[in-house]
Design a protein around this ligand. Structure first.
Ligand SMILES: Cc1ncc(COP(=O)(O)O)c(C=O)c1O
Length: 397
């Protein structure tokens, strides 16, 4: 039987990047001693009050269809939150609920881009970006952010890749996997290019509240940007709600109208009891997020300290989020060899960060998504694995 060309556009290397994670989870399920640092899923449970709101909804019979773009009360709460975070005026009409930021990214790409279009995306980029954008038929053009420049975006790199076919720029800030928060100069460069060439900007801000020393700023707040910026956000990371699939898209009202039509045929609304839980999560917002922020920050410190004296390794200290890149080039291994070697000989799973883009060649990504004890043990195992490599290097030289 024949399949559509879509199946080619949604397959690719980024899909196989998860193999090590699946292998680690399978090993753990068999009872093997594996520390899984290969996924961005907070290890702690969703707050009990949020869970109770969902349970109450279920018991009260809130099990029917809901409005496609979400209940008004929740969209109003999201608009208020997003207005506070992004610094632009927003109402419920600028917002639609989606099944996680991932669903929002895909649906937005389908409404903005099509075959023949080019979409610029700074790389390294989150693994699903290529399939989500290319599903629309558009071509994704990666903008290199080399490790030598601390994975920063430059106006020159951006300008070099813009063509008459460019329709948009999609970026995640704070970024996964680099942990960088795009700074004022980087955002200004994107905004200037977007206005000069009449481009959409997709701003994925799922880690926007999980920042450490300095706050994140949304590009939507720059002059002339609100009308061309689509904000994508969710409760997954900030509120430890990955499995609830609650996210939203905030942007121009016309786009929300198109998304309403698309979501009618691809989602048909989120469950009512989930929306009640989301409303509770927004009510408790900073109370919940501040705990997660402090916890990830403490874990970042643990890893930096735990790996500080390991020769041949260098931590790229993240400004936000729940991940850290490790520069493993000193070991002489490829990042894929390192990741699989560490898993097989050290019982720790990390991701080969090259899957996020060529700029991450020689880096692996680990997550702060296990408790302090397991994280410290993982650092010891990483150190032991690197020490075993150093012995092998000495013997062979
Ligand atoms: C940058 C980025 N965007 C979006 C997502 C997906 O988030 P959600 O669970 O809200 O779909 C992730 C998940 O890791 C991510 O890292």
């Amino acid at each position: 039987m024949q399949y559509s060309s879509l199946v080619e556009r949604i397959a690719g290397e980024s899909v196989s990047a998860w193999d090590i994670h699946y292998a680690a989870c399978a090993a753990q399920a068999r009872g093997e001693d594996v520390i899984v640092l290969s996924i961005g899923d907070p290890d702690f449970a969703t707050d009990a009050d949020i869970c109770e709101a969902a349970i109450r909804g279920l018991i009260d019979g809130d099990t029917h269809y809901t409005p496609v773009t979400g209940r008004l009360e929740l969209r109003e709460a999201i608009a208020a939150k997003q207005q506070r975070l992004a610094g632009i005026p927003l109402t419920a009409e600028h917002v639609t609920l989606v099944a996680g930021a991932q669903n929002g990214l895909y649906a937005t790409a389908m409404c903005l881009f099509e075959a023949g279009d080019e979409v610029l995306v700074p790389e390294p980029m989150y693994l699903t970006y290529s399939a989500s954008i290319q599903a629309s038929g558009a071509t994704l053009i990666p903008i290199p952010q080399p490790s030598s420049g601390d994975f920063r975006l430059t106006a020159e790199a951006l300008a070099e890749l813009v063509t008459p076919r460019t329709r948009g720029i999609a970026l995640a800030t704070p970024n996964n996997p680099t942990g960088n928060i795009y700074n004022a100069a980087e955002l200004a460069a994107v905004a200037a290019l977007a206005q000069e060439h009449d481009l959409w900007v997709l701003s994925d801000e799922v880690y926007g509240q999980l920042t450490y020393e300095q706050p994140h700023h949304s590009i939507a707040a720059l002059p002339g940007m609100a009308e061309r910026t689509v904000l994508i956000n969710s409760l997954s990371k900030s509120h430890a709600m990955t499995g609830w699939r609650v996210g939203w898209v905030a942007g121009p009202k016309t786009l929300i109208g198109h998304l309403d039509n698309l979501l009618l045929c691809m989602l048909y609304g989120l469950p009512g009891f989930i929306q009640s839980a989301a409303l509770k999560a927004l009510e408790l917002d900073e109370q919940i997020v501040s705990k997660a922020r402090a916890l990830f920050r403490r874990r970042r410190g643990l890893v930096v300290q735990g790996l500080a004296d390991v020769p041949l390794l260098r931590c790229k200290i993240p400004e936000a989020g729940m991940f850290m890149l490790l520069d493993i080039r000193g070991t002489g291994l490829t990042s894929q060899q390192f990741a699989w070697g560490l898993f097989e000989h050290g019982g720790v799973s990390v991701l080969d960060a090259e899957a996020f883009g060529a700029s991450c060649r020689g880096f692996v990504r680990l997550s702060f998504t296990v408790g302090d004890e397991a994280l410290s043990e993982a650092c010891k195992r990483i150190a032991a694995y690197v020490a075993s490599l150093s012995v092998a290097i000495e013997i062979s030289s």
